[in-house]
Ligand binder design. Structure first.
Ligand code: FES
Ligand code: FES
Length: 188
């Protein structure tokens, strides 16, 4: 039995020690937001956090995660609203097909946690392991700057930046859109 903590929840999984973490999370636990792309640590589609650091879960044995904290795209979404990164992603309409975006958001979230105001060069460096076949890189970079501005304003979510009436409308619309995007992205 493997004991795993994912998004703050404990799981006992009857799987082999060398099972890739991605399959433990997707198949054994059922969280489908993290994607399989290359399976070789090259594309970033499977990016999760291990103790806050971005990792490629397709090449990380599940045994590595025992006694550590795993966070997936499902775990960074606040109970109400969106994280600053998610909000910026929606406002700038970053995703195209959406397949890579879970991994992109996880890498961007880790970047901003360690560097709240990254330069273009620092963004490019930090995001270089996340490939996007649709070429959304300019919007990803812009959204990271926008999320940085939200976070540095001291807001817990970007939604609080807008005024009352506008905020309600925008929050409803963007939450619906993001939910739709996540549902699309969660399909196998
Ligand atoms: S699927 Fe893990 S890096 Fe490509
Ligand atoms: S949005 Fe299609 S692969 Fe990135």
């Amino acid at each position: 039995m493997i004991q795993l903590t994912v998004n703050g929840q404990r799981y006992s999984l009857d799987i082999d020690d060398d099972t890739p973490l991605l399959w433990a999370v997707r198949d054994a636990i059922g969280l489908k937001g993290s994607k399989f792309g290359c399976g070789a640590g090259l594309c970033g589609a499977c990016t999760m956090h291990l103790n806050g650091q971005p990792i490629r879960s397709c090449i990380t044995p599940v045994s590595t995660a025992v006694d550590n904290e795993v966070t997936t795209i499902e775990g960074i979404t606040p109970a109400e609203g969106l994280s600053p990164v998610q909000q910026a992603w929606v406002e700038l309409n970053v995703p195209q097909c959406g397949y890579c975006q879970s991994g992109q958001i996880m890498s961007a979230t880790a970047l901003l946690a360690s560097n709240p105001a990254p330069s273009d060069a620092e963004i490019d460096q930090a995001m270089s392991g996340n490939l996007c076949r649709c070429g959304t890189y300019p919007r990803i970079r812009a959204a990271i700057h926008k999320a940085s501005a939200y976070a540095n304003d001291g807001q817990t979510t970007a939604t609080t930046a807008t005024t009352a009436t506008t905020a309600t409308t925008a929050t409803t619309a963007t939450t619906a859109l993001y939910t739709e995007l996540r549902q699309e992205a969660s399909h196998d």
